[in-house]
Design a protein around this ligand. Sequence first.
Ligand code: SF4
Length: 644
Amino acid sequence: MFTPERIEATLDRILLKVQKPGRYVGGEYNSVSKDWGAVETRVALVFPDIYDIGVSNVGLKILYDQVNQRADALAERAFAPWFDMEALMRAQDLPLYSLESKHPLASFDIIGFSLPYETLYTNTVNLLDLAGLPVRTRERNEEHPLIIAGGHAATNPEPMHAFIDAFVVGEGEEVIHDIIEALQENKGAGGTRRQLMLALAAIPGVYVPQFYEPTYLDDGTVSAVTPLVVEAPPVVTKRIVAELPPPPTRFLVPNIDVVHNRVSVEIMRGCTRGCRFCQAGMITRPVRERTVEEVVNAAEEAIASTGFEELALLSLSSSDFGAVSRLVQAVSDRFKGKKLTISLPSLRIETVSIDLMEKLREHRSGGFTLAPEAATERMRRIINKYISDDAILDTTREIYRRGWTTIKLYFMIGHPAETLDDVEAIADLCKRVLAAGREAIGWKARLHAGVSTFVPKPQTPFQWVACDTRDRILEKQALLKRAFQREKNIKLSWTDPEDTQLEAWLSRGDRRLAEVIELAWRHGSRFDAWDEGHKPEAWARAFEETGLDPSFYTHRQRRTDEVFPWDHISAGVRKNFLFQDFRMSLEGQIRVDCRLNCFACGILPRFAEMRRSHPGETWKCPDVKSPGGRLTQTSALDLAPRGV
Ligand code: SF4
């Protein structure tokens, strides 16, 4: 096996031949280097995209801190080498190594992949291979590290079941410790790899695919996914933390320019809005908030320890943070006079959002971004992001009036029940917004319309719907390009339909897609989210060789009683609730913010004990009363789901 010294020596020879050698050397300020020989368990945390993107990933940062806080363990990092570096690594037989100590990944005890989205699947397989490991779980033995993965894509882990030994479903802050301890116990007891897998399967929130077997109906849909051992629960429910742990403050300072050179502080987790297309909003419930003081202190500490000049206050819906006004005031006071750009993403379309941004005037950057997601009131009812056209126009006019010259509006095409009129309305609405801008500030007014394509995701109310075909997407995009042709001050951007198809079949795929993923990788596909990497022909060939029909996964409306490949994985929200919400969307009915009216989505009964022991304002679900003869609020809610 390559030693760290040999890896360093090889790097000395090859790094000057690659773009951005700084991606591959580590040694960043605030990185943690612990004594390899002094700890019992070594964890490699891998973000399977290039360093420039992965280094600022907050999930990775949280786990890096969690593991490195343990005296008996260390965490180091690895990222996907870009094409030039991979070619040199393969030519020199140089295995994938960690940035901190330059140990080969194969010498770690645990390799943990972060899988926030599906276009990282081929990279994950590629990195296992680059690490010199068998890519398939069944080919690995006691000599090999345990391969785990987590992230939003783990809410349907089935397409990756063949490559990953165990998935973490939900939040990783506590589970990572349970996994390390299970590994240590198994090692101490001289247990086998199978015994370790059985121990992992018994940990709440951990899914070990080898202990489950799917069966299929004649039409190719899943009939059932059955556990094969008693340790494997029929349904693996996500793990959550009752309270968000203190945010990381010692951010790594990259030695090269990366996508986000900034401090990110998560102000809250979860979302109560219930947008029907949004997987993150459904799977990260319940909402748990940090206090203003905790956020501001963490931001200050992180800025001081990094020297970064940008602060991002992260959440799925910043305007919904309970004390957002106080937070913005506190941040603006604390950093008064400092050269710092502060971003507050995902603001709601209302004048109060402009007030918030105005408070940050001294620290604001560039344009103002809003996401109506659809351009007609009918569509916005269907997707449950209702706001009137007048409110959009009033808000955007006010934004221009208060000094912003560019507004970025995000839309999606391909929503269920969308017509070409709904697509054309995107152009009409943008033109009306720009006209309002011209009235306010004249010809300086600019607009950027970002139009992506909707992909139905598992664990959402739209998990039953068909995705638009490639031709239909192209037709809609052509319509928009024509409609914007003469508008010099409107910039239009869109997503490649090939990328949409890939994301669509992987996100609702079953176990049979593992073969397709491996073949696509063997045919050269990797970096699927990148123009330089994604090879549609490799995927087409892979589907052909396996005899699977890609449209089965993308363009098929699911039966209402269909068993989904991911039904044995639960994000805490009941399938019945999602279905009821889907039916409401067909009737154009909306649900209000569930902070105002709990709809009994399933979260409270699932985490009743946790809520009971953490009463009060941190969670945005209703309190759960103590048991003792009285009907608890949880069970009452569970019995009486309410719509609007
Ligand atoms: S339990 Fe009620 S308040 Fe909590 S997330 Fe679900 S619907 Fe919203």
